[in-house]
Write a protein that binds this ligand. Structure first.
Ligand code: AMP
Ligand code: MG
Length: 481
């Protein structure tokens, strides 16, 4: 246990060649107020001492005071945005340093909305309070849904105005991540650094995230395999709870396998794989049912950055990498089915059970059934009063399904662990954010509380969440606000 009363951060990123970052400090804000501080997370991060000093929290996490010996930086990265390659980097984020948590794991502590950097291009380096609160609630929800994610330690109202088509309250978020290394960081290394510097970076990533590979002869090849495994697990998990990331550009895909960059994300309500909420995703590139295809695309880009280090013979390197990438659709399909079997409580699946999944999803889509509530109702063994439940097709399906699980207690236990009761619904999020920005945290607190109990089937007050009619039909989400 570290009982140090200072925020004595580590700086492993500074051991990298200088092309990978810029040393820079946050730009102070004029009148910071603490809106949220995540005490549970602070304790997990060995930062309990902060819980008792509100003014220190406010100063540190607004960027107005740097911890002693802090060597803050912004990271360079590039990326494919909607398929187009661009130089990017932390345009509005600054890494304060790294902290060792109670389990001896290293975590980045990063401020988001902390001022301009040399990667800001035309941007102001700032964020709206509303979008930082949105990231707070979304990432904490994902954490409670048991999905790998970056987390949120604090949200500060900067006391400054941020202009996004109109004046908005400004905010700073403190983001905690296993690291902020992205597929786009590899693309940056390949395209903008020397071969030698890029190799140092790859070795840093192996050392930090995949130390078991250090003694592997084919470490770089294995790196692709592991990152692919983690991405598949992540996307399967997103599918389990109906999460749409919304902007799966390669710069928004974390090497650690955590969900990162909560911009235009949202959860689906009515089941439809074509669902997209992002205002700029006109062709549905990042639609709910496309996410595994995009992850595959992103992984191909990632693997491409490593070819030079895998074999001197380029054709041989391509062949080796291709063998791994070819496994993606096969592994994804196995893991996706396995996840869906768990949602249906099927303990020992047989091939025919795949028809049960397909049939249910097709009925849900035809009847515009709510994804979360349908599975929650099955888990609660009660009927959901909707057009799906009243249809002959569903009754027939349900009989077949019941024959498969035979009211086995264990089946219901598996379902309880895999089917959340609650998601942060769009209408709840919007209302909670509007109120919170205006100084009323009640709804936001309420949403955080129910999300922390999303698998708690022990409570007997679980009302299924009902969205107001039509609310989600026109709902739009936005990037970079
Ligand atoms: P995002 O859409 O949040 O993934 O951001 C894409 C890129 O735009 C990243 O390089 C960000 O750092 C940058 N960016 C987004 N918003 C701003 C802003 N307000 N000021 C400067 N850079 C920004
Ligand atoms: Mg991003």
């Amino acid at each position: 246990m570290n009982d140090n009363k200072n925020l004595a951060l580590h700086n492993s990123y500074l051991t990298l060649p200088k092309c990978f970052y810029e040393r820079i400090e946050p730009t102070p804000v004029s009148d910071p107020t603490l809106i949220y501080f995540n005490e549970n997370l602070a304790k997990k991060l060995n930062l309990e001492f902060l819980c008792y000093d509100k003014s220190l929290i406010t100063n540190y996490f607004s960027g107005n005071k740097l911890p002693d010996n802090c060597k803050s930086l912004s990271q360079a990265y590039a990326g494919h945005q909607f398929g187009n390659f661009t130089m990017l980097g932390d345009g509005r984020a600054i890494l304060l340093g790294e902290q060792i948590d109670i389990h001896d794991n290293l975590y980045d502590i990063q401020l988001k909305g902390s001022g301009r950097t040399s990667y800001s291009r035309g941007g102001d380096g700032r964020a709206t309070l509303s979008s930082m609160l949105r990231e707070y609630i979304m990432s904490e929800s994902m954490y409670h849904l048991n999905i790998p994610t970056t987390r949120s330690l604090a949200v500060i109202n900067s006391g400054e105005s941020v202009y996004r088509e109109s004046h908005n309250q400004g905010g700073v978020l403190t983001r905690i991540a296993s690291s902020h290394i992205r597929v786009g960081t590899f693309e940056y290394g390949k395209h903008f650094c020397t071969k030698n510097d890029f190799k140092k970076f790859i070795d840093y990533v192996i050392n930090r995230h995949f130390p078991d590979l250090l003694n592997e002869k084919l470490a770089y090849l294995e790196l692709i395999r592991l990152i692919m495994r983690n991405q598949i697990d992540l996307i399967v998990n997103w599918n389990r709870v109906g999460f749409i990331h919304g902007v799966m550009n390669t710069d928004n895909m974390s090497i650690s396998g955590e969900t990162i960059d909560y911009g235009p994300c949202a959860f689906i309500n009515d089941y439809n794989p074509n669902t997209t909420f992002s205002s700029i995703d006109h062709n549905g590139r990042y639609a709910f049912g496309n996410q595994h295809k995009i992850a595959y695309w992103n992984l191909t880009v990632f693997a491409g950055t490593l070819l030079d280090y895998i074999d001197n013979d380029k054709n041989r390197a391509i062949e080796l990498v291709q063998d791994i990438l070819n496994q993606f659709p096969i592994q994804y399909s196995i893991k996706w089915h396995d996840m869906m079997f768990k949602k249906l409580g099927i303990e020992t699946p047989i091939d025919e059970d795949k028809n049960l999944i397909e049939k249910l999803l097709s009925l849900m889509q035809n009847h515009k059934a709510d994804y979360t509530n349908t599975f929650a109702a099955l888990t609660l063994n009660k009927s959901n009063n909707d057009s799906l439940s009243e249809s002959d097709g569903f009754m027939d399906w349900k009989n077949k399904w019941k024959q498969r699980i035979k009211n086995n207690e264990n089946s219901y236990k598996i379902m309880q662990r895999n089917n959340p009761l609650y998601i942060p619904r769009n209408y709840l999020i919007e209302s909670a954010l509007t109120n919170c920005v205006n100084g009323n945290n009640k709804e936001f607190d309420g949403l955080l509380k129910i999300m922390s109990e999303t698998y708690n089937y022990e409570l007997d007050n679980h009302e299924l969440q009902i969205s107001p009619d039509g609310f989600d039909d026109h709902y739009k989400t936005f990037c970079g606000t």
